[in-house]
Design a protein. Structure first.
Length: 202
């Protein structure tokens, strides 16, 4: 859509807006923790809610599970993916919204801290709209950091985006103040490398 009244794209979180797989995650965490001989409680569910799957796996390892964080993470993902086979359980009203987006030609993406295998299963329920999946496995910094959202946007629009080391530290009054926070040579080098590589017309 070219109309300013419509968004160019819509980025969806996975659990909450699209589906509610938290019950499946809770069951999976108990099952996997049990296989490794460690406990898992409702308090653990709440403590890891919205966090990355490796966070739960790491907690199991810290409690004595004889496995790696990577292996337990993969096992949790397989457990949940297997429980979500069949028709995607979109939350009430979401199927209608996705249909409206499809009719309007507005693409969407799933941006999530869940695993790719789980999010791709959800996206398969509306492939005409949910064209991109970005999970915590795709980025260095998971949600709520902006990196996964920016990556999803660039995968949708095909643009290239580069990140430097100049982070947002708050208000500053001068370049000297900024460079007390930013490494001057590294920040300058980040910009110079991109300009030399693409030689934009300026």
């Amino acid at each position: 859509m070219n109309s300013p009244d419509f968004p160019a794209a819509v980025l969806f979180d996975h659990d909450g807006p699209l589906v509610n797989s938290e019950p499946q995650w809770a069951v999976a965490k108990r099952a996997v923790a049990g296989r490794y001989g460690v406990g898992w409680s409702t308090e653990d569910d709440l403590a890891t809610l919205g966090r990355t799957v490796p966070t739960s796996a790491r907690l199991m390892v810290e409690r004595g599970a004889e496995g790696t964080v990577e292996a337990i993470t993969a096992e949790l993902g397989r457990e949940v993916a297997a429980s979500l086979t069949g028709e995607v359980p979109f939350l009430p009203g979401m199927r209608d919204l996705l249909t409206e987006l499809e009719r309007a030609g507005i693409p969407g993406a799933v941006v999530t801290n869940a695993l790719t295998v789980v999010a791709e299963g959800t996206a398969s329920g509306a492939p005409e709209v949910l064209r991109v999946v970005v999970s915590q496995e795709d980025v260095e910094h998971a949600k709520p950091h902006p990196e996964p959202y920016l990556l999803a946007a660039r995968r949708l629009d095909g643009g290239r985006q580069y990140f430097g080391r100049a982070y947002d530290f708050g208000f500053s009054k001068s370049a000297e103040d900024a460079f007390r926070h930013w490494p001057h040579d590294e920040v300058l080098g980040d910009a110079v490398r991109v300009v030399r590589a693409f030689r934009p017309d300026v």
